[in-house]
Design a protein around this ligand. Structure first.
Ligand code: BGC
Length: 289
């Protein structure tokens, strides 16, 4: 009888800084809106789309200077980029943001629903305000922006020299659309909601050649989860949850977003793509069960 021995995973592997791999101009001539794009994953996605040739609207809620810095960076490789302040949970502000985009850029080809917040508390201490605010930004915000985008995609239809699709929506969800998360029930509930929001919209709009998908990041080095990586002790704990043994970087998500928005991914529809170094592989079972 052979016994299967699994070596204990090593935590001494180096963090990998990805080489600046050239992204082809996969999105040339396309107009993209990225919500929550002045920091973290949204920033990385906005810059990656600009690198891929798209014109980009950098939505943000607060932090004008950080938004302008993303605009500067994106402008180095893309012709038209501007920042627009709006709270994605407010219908009038979302509609105004889309009106301006259609005025200034003519249309929208790619929506990246990225804006998201955490407001953590033990369940019995969570206030209604914490619940409502997280659901408002993370779920209602996705609904409001996707609805405006679909209206424009349907009105305009496919423009073959721009893209095979009439439009693309990428929802930035999370591994927590499937991994329950104690102490974060508002956040996990919002991401579970994003999954079926995304899939239900995808089912409905597919005949119009509108593609809708999610990217589900694991632990990515951003301000939202700083306590999980900014001390060596916290980082070692975090690595126990990541089979690939490194934290993710925003570029890991940016590259996937640029590709997923492009015609190279034209037949990908209604799917959640996990970009998580294996976090969803139940790493606790690596040597047990
Ligand atoms: C959360 C992060 C967390 C990661 C993995 C993300 O969706 O925003 O705070 O580190 O999931 O748990």
């Amino acid at each position: 009888m052979t016994t299967l021995t699994i070596e204990p995973s090593t935590t001494s592997l180096p963090d990998v800084v990805m080489p600046a791999c050239p992204i082809q101009k996969l999105l040339k001539g396309q107009k993209a809106l990225v919500t929550g794009a002045n920091s973290g994953i949204g920033r990385g996605i906005a810059i990656a789309l600009a690198h891929a040739g798209a014109d980009v609207v950098v939505n943000y809620y607060s932090g004008d200077a950080a938004a302008e810095e993303v605009v500067e960076e994106a402008r180095r490789c893309s012709s038209r980029v501007y920042a627009h302040q709006a709270d994605v949970s407010q219908e009038d502000q979302v509609q105004e943001m889309f009106r301006r985009m259609l005025d200034e850029l003519g249309t929208i080809d790619i929506l990246v629903n990225n804006a998201g917040i955490q407001s953590d508390a033990l369940f019995d201490r969570m206030t209604l305000d914490q619940w409502n605010r997280v659901l408002a930004v993370n779920l209602t915000g996705h609904f409001l922006c996707a609805r405006e985008a679909v209206r424009e995609f349907k009105r305009r239809g496919v423009v073959p020299y721009v893209s095979c699709a009439a439009g693309k929506i990428i929802c930035v969800s999370s591994v927590h659309e499937v991994i329950p998360w104690a102490g974060h029930v508002n956040y996990a509930a919002s991401k579970g909601g994003v999954m079926l929001l995304m899939k239900s919209i995808a089912q409905e709009v597919a005949p119009y050649r509108i593609r809708v998908n999610s990217i589900c990041p694991g632990a990515i080095r951003t301000p939202i989860n700083r306590p999980a990586w900014d001390t060596p002790e916290a980082y070692q704990e975090l690595l126990k949850l990541i089979p690939y043994k490194r934290i993710g970087e925003v570029d890991d998500i940016g590259r996937v977003a640029a590709w997923l928005a492009s015609d190279q991914a034209d037949y990908i529809h209604g799917t959640s793509i996990f970009v998580d170094g294996g976090m969803t592989l139940y790493p606790g079972f690596e040597a047990g069960g």
